[in-house]
Design a protein around this ligand. Structure first.
Ligand code: ADP
Ligand code: F6P
Length: 320
């Protein structure tokens, strides 16, 4: 292995730059040439990349987003698109690729590995929804952003004796909602993994806390459940408490990465290079019980993980 590429794909996540930096620095220090591929698989299909050196990644560890840009690339999923990417790798001498992204991006990495281009995936997504990993790059920063935003909402919610119904990201998973919900002291947290009953889990809980003197309420709703505007209207109708809906949206994907995202991103980048240097591909780097490990991509994509239901129960026990 003489030359490797690195790309970021799917939704960006704070800490991706730390991973790119580590791949470039570890690659160069281990005698590899490293090219930065722009806009995910699009850059691979159309040869949009540039050679990187130790200084190409200066001053990026503190920056959100991704200096390599990111994209969703439907063309890459077609047989022709995949062939274009393979042809580019062969003609440009790219012997292996580090793919930083989510499950979808890993499927692409698996297909490329199958066709003779060894790839290593690094989990980069704010959603923390990759089965083989306890932790994905960007998750901590996103949760801290949610916490900061909801703290602000709490100020105005309290001043007006209102209820704030807040939608947070997570695609089909409730990890951000559950953990940020605890950190924000939400009265109720609604996540796709747990069935809820509006009367019991929202209205009755609000009434119980009202009886003990509470006058403002924060309801955190995962985007996999959605419908926050309707929910706020319904709460106001049923309880008479003025309610407002807020969808936090893409602010959750930006901003300066936290210590954890910088450190985990850095460690994962180094691990990916270590694997590729030995010619090992079709692997996903993962964090399990605070250790950096790696899995076969096929296995990783077939794994499942579940949310901590005890944490969910405790969150509600102490938010009353
Ligand atoms: P994420 O990586 O965050 O899950 P996406 O699901 O949008 O994001 O996937 C990112 C890109 O990975 C897609 O635009 C596509 O180019 C590639 N990809 C996704 N699914 C597949 C698949 N089944 N086979 C090959 N490539 C895929
Ligand atoms: O996967 C990250 C994520 O931000 C999800 O939380 C969200 O569902 C999705 O991406 C939004 O995607 P887009 O940026 O394409 O709107």
């Amino acid at each position: 292995m003489k030359k490797i590429g690195v790309l970021t794909s799917g939704g960006d996540a704070p800490g991706m730059n730390a991973a790119v930096r580590a791949v470039v620095r570890a690659g160069c220090e281990n005698g590899l040439k490293v090219v930065g591929i722009k806009r995910g698989y699009n850059g691979l299909m159309y040869g949009d990349f540039y050679e990187m050196n130790l200084r190409s990644v200066s001053n990026i560890i503190n920056r959100g987003g991704t200096i390599l840009y990111s994209a969703r690339s439907p063309e890459f999923k077609t047989e022709e698109g995949m062939q274009k990417a393979i042809d580019v790798c062969k003609s440009e001498g790219i012997d292996g690729v580090v793919v930083i992204g989510g499950d979808g991006s890993f499927r692409g990495a698996r297909d490329l590995s199958l066709r003779g281009i060894p790839c290593v995936g690094i989990p980069g997504t704010i959603d923390n929804d990759i089965a083989c990993c306890d932790y994905t790059i960007g998750y901590d920063t996103a949760m801290n952003t949610v916490m900061e935003m909801v703290d602000r909402l709490r100020d105005t919610t309290e001043s007006h004796d209102r209820c704030s119904v807040v939608e947070v990201m997570g695609r089909r998973a409730g990890y951000i909602a559950l953990n940020a919900g605890i950190a924000c002291g939400a009265t109720t947290i609604l996540i796709p993994e747990v069935e809820f009953d509006f009367e019991r889990d929202v209205i009755d809980r609000m009434r119980r806390t009202q009886q003990t003197g509470k006058r403002h309420f924060i309801i955190i709703v995962a985007e996999g459940i959605g419908g926050v505007s309707e929910m706020a209207k319904k709460i106001e109708e049923v309880t008479g408490i003025e309610s407002r809906a807020t969808i936090l949206g893409h602010v959750q994907r930006g901003g300066c990465p936290t210590v954890r995202d910088r450190v985990v991103g850095s460690l994962m980048g180094c691990k990916a290079v270590e694997l590729l240097k030995q010619g090992i591909g079709n692997r996903v780097v993962a964090m399990r019980k605070d250790e950096i490990v790696d899995f076969d991509i096929f296995e990783a994509l077939n794994m499942s993980k579940s949310i901590d239901l005890e944490l969910y129960r405790l969150a509600h026990e102490i938010s009353i």
